[in-house]
Design a binder for this molecule. Sequence first.
Ligand code: SAH
Ligand code: SF4
Ligand code: F3S
Length: 439
Amino acid sequence: MENKFSVYIETYGCQMNLSDTEIVSRVVKNAGYDLVDSPRKANVVLLNTCSVRENAERKIFERLSQLKKFKQNGEPFVIGILGCMAERLRHKLLEETQVVDLSVGPDEYRKVPELIQKAFAGEKGIAVRLSRVETYDDIEPLRKEGISAWISIMRGCDKFCTYCVVPYTRGRERSRPLNSIVNEVKKLWDEGYKEVTLLGQNVNSYRCPQSNADFADLLKACALAVPKMRIRFVTSHPQDMSDKLIETIAEYSNICKYIHLPIQSGSNRILELMGRNYTFEHYLGRIEKIRSLMPNCALSTDIIAGFPTETIDDHQATLRALEIIRFDGAYMFRYSPREHTKAYKMPDDVPDKEKIRRLNEIIDLQNKISKEINETEHNKIHEVLAEGPSKKDKTKWQGRTDTNKVVIFEPKRNVATGELIRVKITNSTCATLFGKIVD
Ligand code: SAH
Ligand code: SF4
Ligand code: F3S
């Protein structure tokens, strides 16, 4: 059949979605369709969407109303929703928006080409079954050229934190076989990648379905397989942050000394209502263990402000937690009620204005701490993986430290993308380090 489909995919949400877009791209390409880099060149636009907060969904509805115009010039044009919103809203997207032709959830991406074809034949399609086994292990993601690659190692989440839609949109937890992941790391090194990030909603509850190896075993196997590959991972859950895992991270120099460990709240009462299964004291114990073995390990976290019933005292406990732990950085959100979650039935009793006030207080404190920590980096030398010209200032370059901090530096000599260079830090803000190459 003559190839008549040009597909453009736009990605929202977390890194899992970015990685899934690479999987969908491969599926679509294998079906013989073209992939293009703008909706203007396309006759199929797919939005890979996020449902984690109401704002994330609002953005997609806005985008859909912009895309409507492509349908109005007479040529056949297909709009599809992939990802978490497709899973959460199912038929509603097709029925309520009028512009959506297909809706495909995270475990049904193999069906995308077939549904595109049907859509052109005038048949709206939906595929939102969740699977207990789908990991797309046999599909090689279609990656953009570069030095850093994502590897999805597990899918789904079984934690059911009371505020979170992810277990409903992504289904049950399941992991890929260890050998297959290690082979992917080796292959990526041979292709020129210098850094991989192992991805999952809960990477540290990884279990190899063949050998029962855990996440620490997987990290070790990857670190040993390619000793020069920088290995990152995200996200870890405090409950599964075992001593063995922390010791493994400490032991191998190519496992990056950066851990993203969401705390969510500093109040034990709120943590319990959130169903997080740890106390602040347990969390602090994990941080102390990490710092005792890796004093320079960078730490970041997630915080939710204004969870149901959160009092000023609970909020103060969160601020205190930030002051005690002193994270390098944090992703901070105000609570957004999500239908069907347990917390949805709790009273959303912190008024919006107060949620925003608390959130701003958290952001101000964290920015001050991040800035102070970054100032202690001045005059230190870091190994930086050069990524390329800085987005803001093309005369400068940007890269990342082992601890995942962005460094902007002057390319004194011809640096190449993917080169590890030594940079002395000379200045900083709360979000960025600035430095000079040392020869
Ligand atoms: N699996 C990861 C991340 C999931 S979503 C983890 O457990 O950490 C990323 C972050 O979004 C969460 O850590 C949480 O801080 C935030 N989040 C999730 N649901 C939310 C909601 N309903 N309202 C506000 N923030 C939310
Ligand atoms: Fe959501 Fe909790 Fe699972 Fe993270 S661990 S994805 S916050 S349910
Ligand atoms: Fe959003 Fe789904 Fe990721 S809800 S955060 S895109 S798993």
